[in-house]
Design a protein around this ligand. Structure first.
Ligand SMILES: *[C@@H]1O[C@H](CO)[C@@H](O)[C@H](O)[C@H]1NC(C)=O
Ligand SMILES: *[C@@H]1O[C@H](CO)[C@@H](O)[C@H](O)[C@H]1NC(C)=O
Length: 282
């Protein structure tokens, strides 16, 4: 399946994740996760300008200058909630299942999901995002199975490089000020970010960049005002010249495309793939 040198470590992690996303095996309406602004960070990050700049969900952007021990930032880092999540289909099933906006009426019929329902709307949004063209230098895919997600990551890092996943860990659902305790750069000439998207089974929207070294990845230890601890993965995009000038981050930070790096924290339900150090894979 083209896993190449991909570390077993990551496969294990993902299998655990899948086991964790237990529950409905068949395509049931209840297994549909709720639409959530936070889940649509990829959308926010690259395409949308229609989100309330002042809502707590979007307060995830900052600049490289802000990434200093002792700095404070108000953040909403909801704990990953698996109770409502769909899980991966086996790849043979996923590959044979229709997955296009054009076929949505047929998909809804197959899954007995009412045409006019929040679920149908969420599926439409997911398919629309999946069919949006990548911006310049971006490579993206919607992975409909674990295998296709690992294949995509493998294709980005190449067969010579092992890779691993890093994720944001949070212990609090409270929007609050967090103080930075420690900043640790994770060496990553390339990275792949995958985010969970609403669908009757697990879909991850994954994207990466062709150019190397245009992102920096950090692990940031944070403590909330109420004492809650978080271990947040953050990425800083060094080149934003191709981004939409109406991009939310520019509005929030009050800057223009292609000026200073834009950073953000990853929500807890994102998987970030980075190269594994030699001693981290076999
Ligand atoms: C966001 O908050 C700022 C400062 O409080 C305010 O000036 C601005 O109008 C608000 N924007 C929206 C879209 O609510
Ligand atoms: C964070 O701290 C600032 C400055 O002290 C304060 O104005 C703001 O209300 C705080 N935000 C939250 C969510 O507690």
């Amino acid at each position: 399946m083209g896993l190449g040198l991909a570390s077993w470590n990551i496969l294990l992690q993902l299998l655990l994740l899948c086991a964790y996303r237990s529950g409905a095996r068949e395509l049931r309406e209840e297994s549909l996760p709720q639409m959530d602004v936070q889940l649509h960070h990829m959308h926010i990050a690259h395409h949308s300008s229609h989100v309330d700049v002042n809502s707590s969900e979007v307060k995830i952007f900052f600049t490289l200058r802000d990434l200093k021990v002792g700095n404070k930032m108000a953040l909403y880092l909801p704990i990953e909630d698996h109770s409502n999540s769909a899980h991966f289909l086996p790849s043979e099933e996923a590959d044979s299942f229709p997955f296009s906006l054009k076929q949505l009426p047929y998909i809804l019929e197959l899954t007995s999901i009412p045409r006019v329902s929040p679920q149908a709307k969420a599926m439409e949004d997911t398919l629309r995002m999946c069919e949006t063209d990548p911006i310049k230098d971006e490579i993206k895919t919607c992975a409909t199975s674990l295998e296709s997600m690992l294949d995509f990551a493998g294709s980005i890092f190449g067969s010579e490089t092992g890779f691993k996943t890093v994720t944001t860990k949070s212990t609090s659902n409270t929007f609050q000020n967090y103080t930075i305790l420690e900043v640790q750069e994770i060496p990553a000439s390339k990275m792949v970010a995958c985010h969970y998207m609403s669908y009757p089974y697990a879909i991850y929207g994954c994207h990466s960049h062709m150019t190397e070294n245009i992102n920096k990845v950090f692990r940031v230890s944070l403590v909330g005002d109420n004492g809650d601890i978080a271990d947040a993965i953050s990425a800083c995009h060094l080149d934003t010249s191709q981004w939409n000038p109406d991009h939310l981050s520019f509005q929030i930070l009050g800057i223009k495309p292609g000026t200073i790096p834009v950073c953000h924290y990853f929500p807890t339900d994102h998987l970030v793939f980075v190269p594994a150090a030699k001693d981290e894979f076999m």
